[in-house]
Design a protein around this ligand. Structure first.
Ligand code: PEP
Length: 256
């Protein structure tokens, strides 16, 4: 059984006090809704404050990115061992903003996935097509490339610990959401792909989140889809009540 996972990606938002308040609220919701794993990925400079707020609660915390090398002359970067040292559980890798704003290529993201596992961090590997790629009928080939390169060289055990976030780029921060059917179609394709790359058991085990303008109004219908195992939430995770409503929606959709 895959435990639904709702994770907030706060991007370059909040100040310290807001980050702590959001973390405290998310931690309270996580305690109230144990059927759902709840995570928060704050800006790196607030990780320590958020981790302190999460301590002793079920809230899990992740970095929004990391560099591939463990240390050295890489001004402005954060290393995997640093995230692990702070107590992070997850790290988002290959987010569309990293791919398309900062130009991160597939092979760098693939190396980062392996570097994350070397220090015990679980990657949330983001995959997804641009609108032109969807219109050109390339959605499956794009996400196949993202997953195939992202999982390259992983053991079956490591592969089972990757969380995939399917995030159609045209739906991120735009208010435009994939319909539940559109998202489910891609999620089912990704699960078939994992079965081809590994085996049916692994494909059943990997959690695949949806991301792209998830809100309280659409969370329940998206999470009701068989292959959608949670959400990576940007904008709506910056309001404690919206984030809590998305978590409750996931619990209701996946509940008995
Ligand atoms: C994201 O940043 O991963 C995301 C899905 O953002 P939003 O929910 O704002 O579309």
């Amino acid at each position: 059984m895959r435990k639904p996972f709702i994770c907030g990606n706060w991007k370059m938002n909040t100040n310290r006090a807001e980050a702590v308040a959001l973390a405290e609220a998310a931690a309270a919701t996580a305690a109230d809704v144990p059927a759902v794993e709840v995570g928060a990925c704050p800006p790196a400079c607030y990780l320590e404050a958020v981790l302190a707020a999460a301590q002793g609660t079920p809230l899990v915390v992740g970095g929004q990115n990391m560099y591939v090398e463990p240390k050295g002359a890489f001004t402005g970067e954060i290393a995997g061992p640093m995230l692990a040292d702070l107590g992070c559980t997850y790290v988002i890798l290959g987010h569309s903003e990293r791919r398309h704003v900062f130009g991160e290529p597939d092979d760098l993201i693939s190396k980062k996935v392996k570097a994350a596992f070397e220090v015990g961090l679980k990657p949330i590997l983001c995959v997804g097509e641009l609108i032109d790629q969807r219109r050109a009928g390339e959605t499956e080939s794009v996400v196949r490339r993202h997953v195939t390169t992202g999982f390259e060289g992983l053991t079956t055990q490591q592969a089972a610990d990757v969380v995939i976030a399917y995030e159609p780029v045209w739906a991120i921060g735009t208010g435009e959401t994939a319909t539940p059917d559109q998202a489910q179609e891609v999620h089912a394709f990704l699960r078939r792909l994992l079965a081809d790359l590994y085996d049916a058991r692994l494909a059943r085990a990997v959690r695949i989140q949806y991301g792209g303008s998830v809100k309280p109004e659409n969370a329940r219908d998206l999470m009701a889809q068989a292959d959608i195992d949670g959400a990576l939430v940007g904008g709506a995770s910056l309001k404690a009540d919206s984030f809590a409503a998305i978590i409750s929606g996931a619990a209701q959709a996946k509940g008995p």
